[in-house]
Design a protein around this ligand. Structure first.
Ligand SMILES: [Zn+2]
Length: 524
């Protein structure tokens, strides 16, 4: 969710997003300072109050040097995923957990420091969002996996989720239609978003019907990807969250409970249609209603002012290259398969293994074992690699791992961004920073790309996100200091009277109500 969606669309909101903006503390200049603006990294930063250089979740997936394989940030060979309502997880071999997250989440610290009275419950369409918000263990961490709600063995299984998965599975939304909520003239952008790549079975214009690839075959993979890109997925997550509040009596026992919802739909819609689309505008109108329902439910169950809400996003999104080019911007695709071929070519005259590049993952280039160490002492070969990489259209800079470790002091926002993202052993050997508005693209040669727009780079359109707080202990208002989403967890920790280990994020003390002398925040 880009921060500027609030500026552009809030005048049409009537529900929960409007309430957060108007009754809450709104930080207008919040941005991630690091490079890999992706789901796992953002959620881990929000949940731990640390940057990836500390929490270690450096990307959605990275090259594991030990096994010489790509691993996702949550993949765990020692646990098993478990499907609710008899659903089977898509990968029975590898489960998911937060074992790769190097520090505890705020929720885990809360539970630990308050003697276990806290319950931790998270929902999202994505494992990497649900798990990173929960932490290493939780009472429930639930996500969506090819048609089913699933969890994994380190997390609790809750009867109310089983019940919901049985009575209202995602496939119950088959045949529904997503139509515009408001009259056409209320939309900022024209229909047919330029450069859009909609989910299979959808065309570029409203209405979008959830009928899978052929329209008649029943729920198929295309249907589930349509569902995940539709308002119905946000509503399903909202219902699960409301049921959690009721079934577990969240907020009504002795401890402070933690409930997190990752509304992943905005991300899928952003990828498919880009930020300049009716789909983005409409999905936020629908999300505004879902958030209103959730807050109303909390008001009733817990009481207005007895809970605190923080809303943020894991990253923003860039417009599609086609849209930018049409407007006259310098934009394009930084094509990683070509870049990889160029690096091999650069090393061809030197004595290196073939291939020398083990994997290219986003900006991170991983060499075959031993190659980088040799390059560090082989100036002509390293120069050739960097020159060839820089010749790739869209490349703005190339950095070496040894320039980034230990967070060097620097005036360069790009070097700083890659350094804050650098975790030894997991991050790449070389890093290619794209030019602004150039999209990182890994589509193999000859194939058409499977998304319209993307994110993941150290520029404001991906880094600048909303940060809003509302409720207990929060001083409403608009706040202009520049902050980062790593400040969310320390601020919540301050409200709960606990301490987090990492020092990356800071308490947003301006937005905390100044305690009266007898307040619970001050011990007598
Ligand atoms: Zn995404």
């Amino acid at each position: 969710m880009r921060a500027d969606y609030i500026d552009k669309f809030r005048f049409q909101w009537t529900g929960g997003l409007k309430r957060l903006v108007e009754e809450g503390a709104w930080f207008r200049d919040a941005a991630y300072p690091y490079a890999a603006t992706e789901t796992c990294v953002g959620h881990s930063t929000i949940s731990t109050g640390a940057f990836p250089a500390t929490h270690g979740m450096v990307a959605n997936a990275w090259w594991d040097r030990e096994t010489q394989k790509l691993v996702t940030c949550t993949s765990d060979p020692n646990v098993k995923d478990v499907g609710y309502a008899g659903g089977s997880p898509s990968n029975p071999q590898v489960g998911d957990s937060a074992w790769r997250m190097a520090v505890p989440s705020f929720a885990e610290e809360l539970k630990f420091q308050t003697g276990g009275a806290t319950r931790i419950v998270t929902f999202s369409l994505k494992a990497r969002a649900s798990i990173s918000m929960a932490g290493h263990k939780a009472d429930a961490a639930t996500w969506f996996d090819s048609g089913n709600w699933v969890t994994s063995s380190p997390y609790g299984v809750q009867p109310f989720i089983e019940e919901q998965a049985k009575t209202h599975p995602p496939k119950a939304d088959f045949g529904k239609t997503w139509a515009l909520s408001l009259p056409e003239k209320s939309y900022l952008y024209s229909d047919r978003a330029l450069g859009a790549v909609p989910p299979d079975g959808w065309d570029l214009t409203f209405p979008h019907s959830l009928r899978g690839k052929t329209g008649a075959g029943g729920p198929d993979a295309a249907f589930y990807s349509q569902w995940a890109s539709s308002p119905y997925a946000d509503t399903a997550l909202t219902e699960l969250a409301e049921k959690a509040v009721d079934a577990m009596h969240l907020g009504q026992s002795s401890g402070t409970d933690f409930l997190a919802v990752g509304y992943s739909t905005v991300d899928y819609v952003g990828h498919a249609f880009g930020p300049r689309s009716r789909e983005i505008q409409d999905i936020l109108i629908r999300l505004d209603k879902d958030v209103a329902n959730l807050l109303a439910h909390l008001d009733k169950a817990v009481g207005r002012g007895n809970y605190v809400v923080a809303l943020s996003a894991d990253h923003g999104v860039a417009p599609t290259p086609e849209d930018l080019q049409q407007t006259g911007f310098d934009s394009g695709l930084l094509h990683f398969p070509e870049l990889q071929a160029k690096i091999e070519k650069a090393l061809a005259p030197f004595n290196y293994p073939k291939p020398s590049v083990a994997f290219v993952n986003g900006s991170d280039i991983y060499f075959a074992p031993g190659v980088y160490d040799k390059l560090l002492h082989d100036h002509p070969a390293m120069q050739a690699v960097i020159e060839f990489a820089m010749s790739q259209p869209g490349a703005a800079a190339v950095y070496r791992a040894d320039e980034l470790k230990d967070r060097p002091a620097t005036q360069s926002p790009l070097v700083r961004a890659f350094a804050l993202n650098y975790f030894p052993g997991r991050s790449g050997d070389l890093f290619v920073a794209p030019k602004p508005y150039w999209l990182m693209d890994s589509t193999p040669a000859g194939k058409s790309r499977s998304y319209g727009a993307g994110h993941g780079v150290p520029y404001n359109y991906d880094q600048h996100v909303p940060v809003l707080f509302m409720g207990f202990g929060i001083q409403p208002g608009e706040y202009l200091p520049s902050i980062t989403p790593a400040d969310i967890a320390p601020t919540l920790a301050a409200l709960c009277g606990i301490t987090l280990a990492p020092r990356d994020g800071h308490i947003l003390s301006d937005a905390l109500k100044k305690p009266a002398k007898s307040s619970a925040l001050v011990h007598p």
